[in-house]
Ligand binder design. Sequence first.
Ligand SMILES: Nc1ncnc2c1ncn2[C@@H]1O[C@H](COP(=O)(O)OP(=O)(O)O)[C@@H](O)[C@H]1O
Ligand SMILES: [Mg+2]
Length: 464
Amino acid sequence: MTNSLRMRLLWWLLVPLALYVFVTGKSEFDNARHTADLVQDNQLVSSARMIAGEVEWVDGFLRVDVPPAALEVFVSPYRDQVFYSVTVEDGQLLAGTPDFPGSPTAASERPTFYDAGRDGDAVRAVAFVRQMYDNGATRRVLVSVGKTVRSRDAMAQQLWQPQLVRQIEMIVLAVALVCIGLTFELRPLMKVKEDVADRDPMQLAPIRVERLHTELRPIVDAINQCIARLGVQVAAQRRFIADAAHQLRTPLTLLGTQLQFARQHGGIEPGLAEALAAMHRSNRSMVGLTNKLLLLAQAESADYARLASEPADLAAIAKEVAEDLALLAQTREIDLGAELDGPAPVTGHPGLLSALVANLAENAIRYTQAGGHVTVAVRTGGTKVTLVVTDDGPGIAPEARSRVFEPFYRASADTEGTGLGLAIVREIVQAHRGEITLGPGAGGRGVTATVTLAAARNPLPPAA
Ligand SMILES: Nc1ncnc2c1ncn2[C@@H]1O[C@H](COP(=O)(O)OP(=O)(O)O)[C@@H](O)[C@H]1O
Ligand SMILES: [Mg+2]
């Protein structure tokens, strides 16, 4: 059997209902037939009695005058044929058809009904005997009246068919109601499906179950429990990465100091000095990597509910970052500008927001050629605060644009980097329920990164 719920319910409904209709239909047909038989038999008997009543002795002979009224009872639009016969016991036919179909031999004074056939037509007939007394002589006269059964069948049909039609209508209605009802009732389930299907892979919030049927609740509850366990697992993994990064920092810092000390120690071979310098560089990039891993883990586990309670001024953060990066911009001969128009209050983690601006600005400075321009702008408008970081560097190829947010993806292997910067940026934006888009820069060159965050509802208190 098919696996569709609709189909299965229909089967459960249709098979018993069809059986029910069949059984009741049959008994209703029998009832209708019985009623029609009764009506017809009454007509036959009254007609036969009328005919029998006309049998009389005339001058010692039996005579009968069949009254027209005796046959008029049968008049119907179905063109039934009516036969009758009145015979004396010695076989003498007083009136009617000589070959009356199948007269019973053992007829009595009580009417006997029977079915017979004539010229291929079914015939229903009645026969009874009337005793005629005269001068001590007794003669038995057999009166039979028969009629084809067309009007009887028509009557049975008329009694039976409307009921059958009503029952079939009921089945059709039930099927339609099941289909419509299921379509409506399955909607909450479809909502759950959409909720689960549209989810961000890392969204581990439970599925909402407000308007779900009691029967479906256990399923959603089980899924939610599974999501919760997954959440615990993911949190543990993030904590592990953060812990590992944190643990790595101390020995790496120590190693950096030791290398510096060794390099400053005079009187070593030039080859060794070069090796030490290379080790120092590797150490620095390893420190950078662990710091970024730590930051990524922090950003991933940042909780919006907690962030939302913290006020921050994005404009002030951007200004600070621009100042911090001024030296880097200068060494790379980049014109770094900041366009900030007044405070831009948002709710969020100041440290993470600072990392967000820093990563975008650093990318712009690092990937833009000497002599290029980088602008960090913060704009407020309505319910939104927008951070725009633009450069006029080489830009990001459209096919790489969706991949640059993946951890460890790097489009330019010739420069130093970890591939974690934009992954961190994305996590921070998501933690703040914001949006980020990457597009071409002004005049079609370079990159414009646009981050939109919700403006804080309560403006920041004015700085003292
Ligand atoms: N402003 C930019 N201009 C050109 N390419 C960029 C820019 N920002 C990011 N990219 C590209 O995106 C890749 C990923 O960036 P990111 O995640 O910050 O890693 P990283 O900077 O460590 O390589 C970079 O390797 C670089 O190729
Ligand atoms: Mg980067």
